[in-house]
Design a protein around this ligand. Structure first.
Ligand code: NOJ
Length: 749
């Protein structure tokens, strides 16, 4: 029973009959009510907001606005005019509102309560980009389940996650919320998270539904600016951006959130290709589509609707089922049906999808949450240790000159400097609504627990962001009596996430000046880099003797960093995005096309020099490639065997290799399998990830890793936009990252 995962998207005749019976009793207004989603509280006015934010900044406490119920909300719920609420986590208020729906509305249809639980509810895990660097779907499934346990105990039925947008542009702040640049890895993570959220047997006795988002292409925003135009080819959409959504649906996700962006001229909220052709005609997916926040009203700004009524008409006709926050459906849908502009059957179809989810969630049987539950569950030891395990596995060691790390725990004095060394709130990262700074450990906390007081010298040196007062000289002074410098630098939590695009991806504020000064001391320099995105850090990478990317690692960030610094565990995370050498390379990703004039070829000789696809002022290659990450041990790869040199389109490719731990420490290695389709009817990427495995190896231990890849996974969308596995020769690699590895060949016949 433990492994049971609820599926909300296959049709069950008993559920359908129940929904039909309900629909038969509903008025048009009640059907429309199911399509309306709102936040229960009104936003404070800007002055109050400013005051609260400032207060939170001063006290280090989370931003907590006074919660004022939306005027008229209760009556609208009683009238059956609201189908869903979100952005609320207090069980008592949720129950009170639910009681109005269940006990005081005519048909007693419960509300479905949504929430953004992006990387943990109160037990905050590393940001999803960091989590993906574990390459450990089984672990992330457990993390998602823990988040669902806490969220469900506090009244959440529906989690607006996983965010499965592929992102190849670090300027985009929301890269923090996803699993990086690769569709195969993204699909694996999407599947794992849906399974975790929708796990059976939650201690609340209730169920949770996942809501993968943002459908679709949101991560391809031009210039990495959030909400910006997306203009990708249909092939790229299908080969790169859609697979994680398909994986989420196959895992049982019964809802999806459509994206803010346009896709080649048509906003995702009303896009017939993505909402109808792909979702319904091709995938026969019966789930429910909710818009993003006010995205229906934003059709006016997009310039495709003249007013809210028109926006509502376009959205419902395109196949959108529920409207988040804006009020086109609530205000205009009845009128649109009366005028014959929208068939009532379409409204009914949308209501059916919402009700189907509610029935399958068991909301009619268990509409209320047990208000006493959170006390036992929230931040329990089990979840806290899981958060620590995920944090350890998510951190990526990018450099370790002279094996400076791990540090011996005794006898060394450390200068723990930099503005993130003791920045509690920033450990949580973006989208940690229900997390609290007081729950988080900083690096300084964790080191202080492990070393005597006089072995640590601490100074912030400068602010994380902005040009507030800096004391770089003070930070340098703090290093004087130290043997090793641990510089904890990077981005604040608030610099990534929604509406947090950056054009300069280096260290903010005066942090680079701080690093220059620390480097000048000549002391061994360990950099612990915290960020919500791949940064552009060629200078810092040069300066650091050791460089550990710790991301925003959640409430156990400090312990995880300390465990890695002292070698209690060996680093094992690997990058899931390429780290550019310069902003001008962006987008830079491993699965690029070869072009007609690749760097590796001769180029065409024009004007006496070879003309190739390259920059005249820098390399093509990123500073750190996709899949890269070091360990405290070394691994040897040998004996690649392509066990199936010729396969048919229905067969399974089998490739194996031996991996040996050739160093002195036990460690885990993420082994990766890539392929290249050498000749296709359309151009193919130079490498594509098709398998990965995390394996634990003792010193001296060797193991054979054997990958089985269905030939079906080797295809792409051909000239006619149909998925095809084409016959021909392929290269295959098994390696430690996207640039190194043992190479073989096979053929599809
Ligand atoms: C807007 C964001 O794009 C989306 O990810 C989130 O779920 C909604 N707001 C609700 O908070």
């Amino acid at each position: 029973m433990k492994d049971e995962v609820y599926r909300y998207n296959d049709l069950d005749p008993a559920v359908e009959a129940r929904v039909d019976a309900l629909l038969a009793r509903m008025t048009l207004a009640e059907k429309i009510g199911q399509l309306v989603q709102t936040t229960p509280f009104v936003m404070p006015d800007p002055d109050e907001m400013q005051r609260v934010i400032e207060q939170a900044q001063q006290t280090g406490q989370p931003v907590q606005f006074m919660q004022r119920l939306r005027p008229g909300l209760e009556d609208r719920i009683r009238a059956g005019g609201i189908g869903s609420i979100f952005g609320i986590n207090d069980g008592a208020t949720i129950n009170a509102l639910q009681r109005l729906a269940v006990e005081e509305s005519r048909l007693g249809i419960p509300l479905i309560v949504g929430n953004d639980v992006i990387h943990g509810f109160r037990t905050i895990f590393p940001i999803p980009l960091a989590e993906s660097c574990t390459w450990n779907p089984a672990l992330l499934e457990r993390a998602a389940r823990a988040a669902a346990e806490e969220a469900s105990a506090c009244g959440t039925d529906w989690i607006f996650a996983p965010m499965v947008d592929i992102a190849r542009d670090g300027r985009w702040g929301r890269i923090a919320e996803g699993a990086g640049e690769d569709p195969f890895l993204g699909a694996a993570m999407a599947r794992a998270r849906v399974r975790g959220f929708q796990a059976g047997g939650l201690r609340s006795g209730r169920r949770v539904a996942a809501c993968p988002k943002h459908y679709v292409g949101y991560g391809a925003a031009e210039a990495g600016r959030d909400y910006n135009t997306v203009d990708i080819s249909e092939r790229t959409l299908r080969d790169v951006y859609l697979p994680p959504f398909k994986a989420a649906f196959d895992a049982g996700a019964g809802s999806v959130m459509s994206a803010f962006n346009e896709i080649a001229g048509i906003p995702a909220t009303i896009n017939p290709l993505t909402l109808r052709t792909i979702l319904r005609d091709e995938w026969s997916w019966p789930g429910m589509v909710v818009s993003d926040y006010e995205a229906v009203a934003e059709l006016i700004q997009h310039g495709v609707a003249a007013d809210l009524k028109e926006a509502g008409r376009l959205s419902i006709l395109a196949g959108l089922d529920m409207e988040m926050v804006s009020t086109a459906f609530a205000d205009h849908l009845a009128e649109l049906v009366a005028e014959g502009a929208v068939p009532e059957s379409r409204v009914e179809e949308a209501a059916r999808r919402v009700l189907r989810l509610k029935v399958r969630l068991g909301l009619f049987e268990r509409p209320y949450t047990d208000e006493t539950l959170p006390a036992h569950l929230i931040l329990c030891e089990e979840f806290r240790s899981l958060a620590l395990e995920v944090a350890r596995q998510s951190m990526v060691l990018l450099k370790n000159a002279g094996n400076l790390l791990p540090l011996a725990q005794g006898g060394r004095r450390l200068a723990v400097v930099g503005p993130l060394a003791d920045a509690r709130q920033d450990m949580l990262g973006t989208w940690a609504f229900f997390g609290r700074a007081e729950d988080a450990e900083t690096v300084l906390d964790a080191l202080r627990l492990r070393l005597p007081e006089d072995a640590i010298f601490h100074a912030a040196g400068c602010p994380i962001v902005g040009d507030g007062p800096a004391d770089i000289a003070g930070a340098v002074a703090a290093t004087q009596a130290a043997d090793v410098i641990i510089a904890v630098v990077g981005e604040s939590a608030n610099m990534s996430g929604e509406a947090r695009s950056r054009m300069h991806l280096g260290l903010p504020s005066r942090q680079q000046a701080l690093m220059d000064a620390l480097t000048a001391t000549g002391k061994p320099l360990v950099v612990v880099l915290m960020s919500g995105r791949p940064l552009v850090i060629p200078r810092l990478a040069e300066q650091a003797d050791a460089l550990l990317v710790a991301w925003h690692a959640g409430i156990r960030a400090g312990s995880a960093v300390a465990d890695l610094l002292f070698g209690a565990v060996s680093p094992s995370g690997k990058l899931t995005t390429s780290w550019p050498a310069a902003e001008g390379q962006i987008p830079v990703y491993y699965a690029h096309k070869n072009t007609g004039r690749p760097m590796t070829g001769a180029g065409a000789l024009q004007f006496a020099e070879p003309f190739k696809s390259r920059y005249i002022d820098g390399p093509n290659e990123p500073l750190f490639p996709f899949g890269f990450g070091l360990s405290y041990t070394t691994f040897a790869y040998r004996d690649l065997r392509v066990e199936t040199p010729i396969i048919g389109p229905e067969d399974i490719l089998v490739v194996s290799a031996t991996i040996e731990n050739t160093g002195l420490r036990p460690a885990e290695e993420v082994v990766q399998l890539y392929v290249r389709d050498l000749v296709g009817s359309v151009t193919r990427p130079v490498k594509e990830l098709k398998g990965f495995r995390r394996m634990a190896l003792q010193p001296g231990e060797a193991q054979v890793v054997r990958f089985e890849v269905p030939a079906h996974d080797l295809g792409f969308h051909g000239p006619d936009m149909k998925y095809v596995v084409e016959p021909g020769a392929f290269a295959v690699w098994i390696g430690p990252n996207s640039v190194e590895g043992l190479e073989g060949r096979f053929e599809v016949r």
